[in-house]
Design a protein around this ligand. Sequence first.
Ligand code: FAD
Length: 452
Amino acid sequence: MVHMQNDSSLEPTIIIGSGLAGLCCAFELADKGKRVMVLEAAPYIGGRTANWVEDGMEVESGFHKFLGYYTVLPEILKNAGISMSDMVHWEETTNIRHTEAQGTFGLDPFKAPLKTIAGALGNNDLISPADKASLIPFFTAGFKDYISKPHYLDQYSIKAYAEKYSVSTDAIERLIQPLSSGIFFLPIEEYSAYAFFGLFAPALPRLAKVRIGAFKGGMTDVMTGPLAKAIEDRGGQVLTGKTVSHLLYDNEKVVGVQLEDSSQIYGEQVVVATNIRRAQMLLSEHFHNHEWFQDLLSLDSMPYVTAQFEATEKLADADHTTFGPGTQLGSFSEQSRTTFKRPTGRASIILVDPDSLIDLPDEEVWEITKKSLHEVDLPNVDTMTQYRIIRGKENFYRLAKGNEHKRPKQITPIDGLFLAGDYTDQPLLATMEGAAISGRRAATGILTGRVL
Ligand SMILES: Cc1cc2nc3c(=O)[nH]c(=O)nc-3n(C[C@H](O)[C@H](O)[C@H](O)COP(=O)(O)OP(=O)(O)OC[C@H]3O[C@@H](n4cnc5c(N)ncnc54)[C@H](O)[C@@H]3O)c2cc1C
């Protein structure tokens, strides 16, 4: 057994996982002069915000959008010297392509006011004025319940909640479905009403910032890689290919980690910043009987499935976020003008209902994707030259009804142990901003010595 280091005066804070939660936590600590060591299992940095080459094709973990009302992640990136304008291209419109009708919505009430107003008032083919009117009591009650009765709201699926407020069938299928399943994949019968309003509620006080950004490159290249570099510039270490297999627990304190190769590293604190299922596996070894961990250990996870392809023609005439309600398409975009500029055509697609797709062979998932793109009148998919199906089995906490109260705080009752990750308790759900908030909270706990 190799002891990589155990001199307590030199012990760093060990952070397991180089997703945004782990990197933001590490950056906040390194920026305050703490020694940090990030251990990442994968050969690349970034977790669910990464790009890499898969069998000769450049891919990303999945189609991602940066929401303009995020605050914590932009602040951390700015402190790390990463310029938002170098990283993100702001979109002016978004598109809903239903099999029977389409609509284009403006996204930026201040910079593109006419498009925004025209989108909200128009698009009557997609959603009639009566459908729009049926949404008003639903949104009014939903935002109120989100603030005053979050646990009550989380008992409803978004479909049941919309039906309770008599939202029309078309408005459910053509607007609520894309704004729920299109974002967090789950069918509307399962998708929590809390998660639905929780994504939009933080935008209300920041309406001027309601816009959607596409990355100007792969996410490791433009965001997580530079963030790792900023950590290293401050004396920290970010190591890839290091899988943590056990937490070292001694005398009621977490004192370090053991890697797959059996080497051990001691740390002043350990931050578990992995995705949910990995965190459950690491924690259950020592804490399966501990009361504080019971909700977390029973929090269900869900997979994701994306299709990405290169083509000789562009899929659409603009690179902008598009939803495909009524098909297997969640949200997707042509990306060859913004994110991956080498191929003539390049698209990334998040597929809905991943539970039904996760175990299918790539060929079958591709056929389903192709059929859906034809259904929403995007035939250029036929010019595909190569595709990859990128999937993750248990990366997300399940944004289904009834799960919200199981999300754990970042500060645990165990000496030396902190948690970070989008599944931990923070208001921004399973988003990049949520991951950043969780990382900052874990770092604040370490820096201030707060205990439960
Ligand atoms: C397809 C898709 C689309 C998305 N779209 C958006 C979007 O549009 N907007 C948005 O804001 N968010 C989006 N998200 C969500 C966002 O990516 C996540 O919420 C966020 O990146 C989670 O960060 P994290 O650090 O909590 O977890 P992760 O990024 O999953 O990081 C966990 C890390 O831990 C590592 N790890 C696990 N086990 C071990 C171990 N034993 N030892 C060492 N390392 C380990 C993993 O390899 C991984 O790198 C999307 C995610 C996906 C997958």
